[in-house]
Design a protein around this ligand. Structure first.
Ligand code: GDP
Ligand code: MN
Length: 381
């Protein structure tokens, strides 16, 4: 779950990271009122869950409350990378002299949290990685020890930070690590972390991504979810407890079990197809979950065929078959379905599907080949 900038920064503040004063507004007149309270110069910032708002015109410096109102009107009418702007953050304007980058995330190959710093802040870190890979420093953090002082000092020196800022920088780095750890985040990022004209370190932008699997122990964060910003398919998947990841291909895949889903994507590729998604309906999925899974797949306009691969254990094949029929009645798919069902009650499952004229396959390989063939037959790309 991604948090907005204003939410991320309020968590930063709880962990002692200095942030500009500011408040969020949903109307231009509110923005004007906040600007008046904060003083003359403010920055008006679109609150959408994508990066690069600055480049898209979603971050504007205003010299007066009236100008702040104007900018808020413009920004609240914008779409950034397809997302409508419903709120703006009005922050007191800072005077940055230097923009740095600092984040912490999971390094999956190192199986460890990693803190990443760079003297090149303000631009996306991927861009720095391409153009100036030598300007990125990484330190792996042992979760049993936490971020050590020497590691924070190593970051500060590698980021070419002058000595006078080290004390504050180390506090910020430790605060960021604690924020990441205590909130069960998968990413906590400050970009830019700036040095102001009056020689303070300040987190001008913030981004936190929380691990959805930990939300049960953070009731305070569940309320932060912005339903309006979620893609409808993701929202539905979450409501039914399905894991769904959209991909770029045209073969919709519905599978029970994450490992089987990965194998299904591999075999689909091997057969010359391109999967449209990863979808794990989980163990013991009843017909309701299956129907939701199908609805999600069919809502993707790229999907030209649906490949269902179910290995019945706890999940009963007849339940899955009935789920497919229920979903087909509701959704009336215009694309062919290929189903491979094996395991518990497979005969019943296959009979139910055969009665409804659905293509079934005995093996995954056969199912993948049938799915690819059906796309070629229909002349779709
Ligand atoms: P992003 O484009 O979505 O990452 O939004 P940011 O909040 O990072 O803002 C983009 C850029 O706007 C920053 O890198 C800064 O250069 C600039 N910026 C943001 N806030 C201020 C501010 O208070 N004062 C000044 N002078 N520049 C700012
Ligand atoms: Mn930024």
């Amino acid at each position: 779950m991604k948090l907005h900038e204003y939410q991320s920064k309020s968590i930063f503040a709880e962990f002692g990271i200095p942030i500009p004063q500011g408040r969020v507004a949903s109307t231009a007149s509110e923005a004007k009122t906040i600007a008046r309270e904060l003083g003359d110069r403010v920055v008006v910032k679109a609150q959408v869950l994508v990066g690069g708002r600055g480049k898209a015109g979603g971050v504007r410096l205003a010299k007066s409350p009236e100008e702040a109102e104007d900018f808020a009107t413009q920004i609240l009418g914008m779409r950034i990378k397809g997302l409508p702007v419903r709120k703006v953050l009005v922050d007191e304007a800072a005077d940055p002299t230097t923009e740095l980058y600092l984040s912490i995330t999971n390094d999956r190959s190192a199986k460890s949290p990693v803190m990443i710093g760079s003297s090149e802040g303000g631009v996306e870190i991927e861009e720095v990685a391409r153009k100036h890979p030598e300007k990125i420093v990484r330190v792996l953090i042992d979760p049993l020890l936490g971020l050590q002082g020497f590691q924070a000092r190593y970051l500060a020196s590698s980021m070419e930070l002058s000595r006078e800022y080290w004390r504050d920088f180390i506090k910020i780095a430790c605060g960021l690590y604690e924020a990441y750890r205590k909130s069960d985040a998968t990413l906590a990022e400050i970009n830019p972390l700036v040095i102001t004209k009056d020689k303070r370190l300040l987190a001008l932008d913030g981004k936190i991504v929380l691990d959805d699997n930990s939300l049960f122990r953070h009731p305070e964060y569940i309320e932060m979810r912005d339903m309006d910003e979620e893609a409808p398919a993701e929202r539905e998947a979450r409501m039914y407890g399905l894991s769904y990841v959209k991909l770029d291909g045209n073969i919709g895949c519905m599978v029970n079990g994450a490992g089987l889903a990965m194998a299904t994507l591999d075999v689909t590729k091997l057969a010359g197809g391109e999967p449209a998604n990863f979808l794990d309906i989980g163990g013991g999925a009843g017909s309701e979950k299956v129907a939701a899974g199908l609805r999600i797949i069919l809502a993707d306009p790229n999907v030209d065929v649906v490949l269902v691969n179910v290995f019945g254990g706890i999940t009963r094949c007849d339940e899955v078959a009935r789920g497919i029929l229920t979903a087909m009645k509701e959704e009336k798919p215009q694309v062919p379905m290929v189903v491979r069902l094996v395991g518990t009650n497979e005969k019943d499952g296959r009979r139910i599907l055969a009665d409804a004229d659905i293509i079934t396959a005995d093996s995954l390989e056969e199912a993948a080949n049938l799915a690819v063939a059906s796309i070629k037959e229909n002349g779709a790309e």
